[in-house]
Design a binder for this molecule. Structure first.
Ligand code: GDD
Ligand code: MN
Length: 370
C-alpha cells in the first residue's frame, strides 16, 4: 500500500481536483492507497473540502495548528502512514498527479528503493518559466550538488518535491529537516540501494501563490550547511579547499621560478606550472581528501583513468587561468602576480561550475546498500 502525503497551506481552490487525480493515478497503477492531507490551519476551507471527499476514496486530514513548514508536514504525515510505500507531492497541481503511476510502478523493481520525479531528466522541464527563474532554479540545484557532492552525485533534481520510497529507507533514521526540502534530508540520511528518476513537466501554478519567501531561502542555506556537517561532507570540503589552496601556491611559485627566476617565456612556463598544480591537487585529493570517503558500489576506475578525467574536467578552468594570466602580464603585471590573478579566476570557475564533476572522479558514496 502507498501512503501519499499532500501538504497544504491555503489550497482550497484546487485540492479537490488534486485528490481526484491522485486517486485515479494510483488506481491506474493498481496500487492500494491512502491519501493524507496535512493542513496547516488553512483559512480557505482546504481541510473541510478534503475531508468531504473521504466518502469517495480513502483520504484523511491531519490538521496542524498554524503554519509549521512543508518538510515537517511531510514527516508528520508519514508518521501516521500505514503503507509500506511512502510518497509526497504538492497540492497545487504543479506536480501532475498522473506521475504517481510511474513512480509507484518504479518501486516494484526489487532493488529500487526510491523513485524521484525530475524536471532535469530528458522529457522533463517546466512551462512558463522566465530565463531568470530557470537560472535561479539551476543555481539552487547546482549549489546543493556542490555542497553535497557525494549525496547528490547521481541526482538530477535534488530539490524535487515529488517522490516515493519504501518505508524501510527511513528505518532507524533520524530526520531533522529545516524548511522546504525534505528530499535532501531523505537522500542524505536514508538507507537505499537504487533510485529511479521519472521525468515530469512542472506546471505553472493555476491558483493561489507560491509559499516560498525569503525565510524559505535562508532556511534552505542553513539546511544545506547542516547536512554537509552531519554527513561529514563539510570535513571533506575543508580538505578539498586546502588542497585547492596548495595548488594555487604551486602554480604561482612555479611561474615565479620558471618565468622570473629562469627567464622562461610565460607561454612556456604557464602550462608546466598549471600542470604541476593539477598534479599536486590530484595527488593530495587522492591520498587525503577522498581517502576516507566511502567508495561507490561500482569499483573505482584505475588511477590513470581518474587522473585523465580530472585533467579533462579541470581543462576549462586551466584555460581560463592561462588566459587571464597572459592578459594581466600583457598589461605589465609581473609574472607571479599575473599568475595569482589567473589562479583566482580559474579556481573560482572550477569551484563554481565543476565541483560535482570533480568529486565524482573519486566516486560517489551513494547509493549505499539498505
Ligand atoms: N502543511 C503545509 N505547511 N503545507 C505547506 C506549507 C506549510 O508550511 N508551505 C507550503 N505548503 C504546501 C503548499 O500548499 C503546496 O501544496 C506545497 O506545499 C508546495 O508549496 P509551494 O509554495 O507551491 O511551493 P513551490 O511551488 O514554490 O515549490 C514546490 O515545487 C518544487 C519543485 O518540485 C515545492 O514542493 C518544492 O519542494 C519543489 O521543489
Ligand atoms: Mn507550487
Amino acid at each position: 500500500m502507498i501512503s501519499l502525503v499532500i501538504p497544504t497551506y491555503n489550497e482550497g481552490a484546487v485540492i479537490e481536483q488534486t485528490l481526484r487525480r491522485a486517486a485515479a493515478a494510483l488506481r491506474a497503477a493498481h496500487e492500494e492507497f491512502e491519501l493524507i492531507v496535512v493542513d496547516d490551519s488553512s483559512a480557505d476551507g482546504t481541510a473541510e473540502i478534503a475531508e468531504s471527499l473521504g466518502r469517495e476514496f480513502p483520504v484523511r486530514v491531519l490538521r496542524r495548528p498554524g503554519r509549521l513548514g512543508l518538510a515537517t508536514a511531510v514527516l508528520d504525515g508519514w508518521a501516521t502512514a500505514r503503507g509500506d510505500l511512502l510518497a509526497v507531492m504538492d497540492a497545487d497541481l504543479q506536480h501532475p498527479p498522473e506521475i504517481l503511476r510511474p513512480l509507484a510502478e518504479a518501486l516494484r523493481q526489487p532493488d529500487t528503493d526510491m523513485a524521484l520525479a525530475s524536471r532535469y531528466t530528458p522529457g522533463g522541464g517546466m512551462t512558463g518559466w522566465s530565463w531568470i527563474r530557470r537560472f535561479i532554479s539551476w543555481g539552487a540545484t547546482h549549489l546543493a550538488s556542490s555542497v553535497l557532492p557525494l549525496t547528490l552525485a547521481d541526482v538530477s533534481d535534488p530539490l524535487s518535491g515529488m517522490f516515493a520510497l519504501r518505508r524501510s529507507v527511513l528505518d532507524g533514521v533520524q530526520l531533522n529537516p529545516l524548511g522546504y526540502k525534505i528530499l535532501l534530508e531523505v537522500l542524505a540520511k536514508g538507507r537505499y540501494r537504487k533510485f529511479t528518476e521519472v521525468s515530469y513537466i512542472f506546471e505553472p501554478r493555476g491558483h493561489g501563490s507560491s509559499k516560498l519567501g525569503p525565510r524559505q531561502y535562508l532556511e534552505y542555506l542553513m539546511h544545506l550547511a547542516r547536512l554537509a556537517r552531519s554527513t561529514r561532507q563539510l570535513a571533506a570540503w575543508v580538505r578539498y579547499g586546502s588542497v585547492g589552496l596548495s595548488g594555487a601556491v604551486v602554480n604561482i611559485v612555479g611561474v615565479y621560478f620558471l618565468a622570473e627566476g629562469f627567464g622562461w617565456k610565460l607561454l612556456a612556463a604557464l602550462p608546466l606550472a598549471i600542470q604541476l598544480a593539477l598534479l599536486n591537487n590530484f595527488i593530495w585529493n587522492e591520498s587525503l581528501t577522498f581517502r576516507k570517503v566511502p567508495a561507490a558500489d561500482e569499483p573505482r576506475k584505475g588511477l590513470f583513468t581518474r587522473l585523465l578525467r580530472y585533467e579533462v574536467i579541470c581543462f576549462s578552468g586551466a584555460l581560463l587561468n592561462a588566459g587571464v594570466t597572459l592578459i594581466l602580464a600583457d598589461h605589465g603585471l609581473r609574472a607571479a602576480l599575473a599568475a595569482a590573478g589567473g589562479v583566482l579566476t580559474g579556481g573560482f570557475w572550477n569551484f563554481l561550475l565543476n565541483v560535482p564533476a570533480i568529486w565524482r572522479v573519486w566516486g560517489a558514496s551513494r547509493p549505499r546498500p539498505a
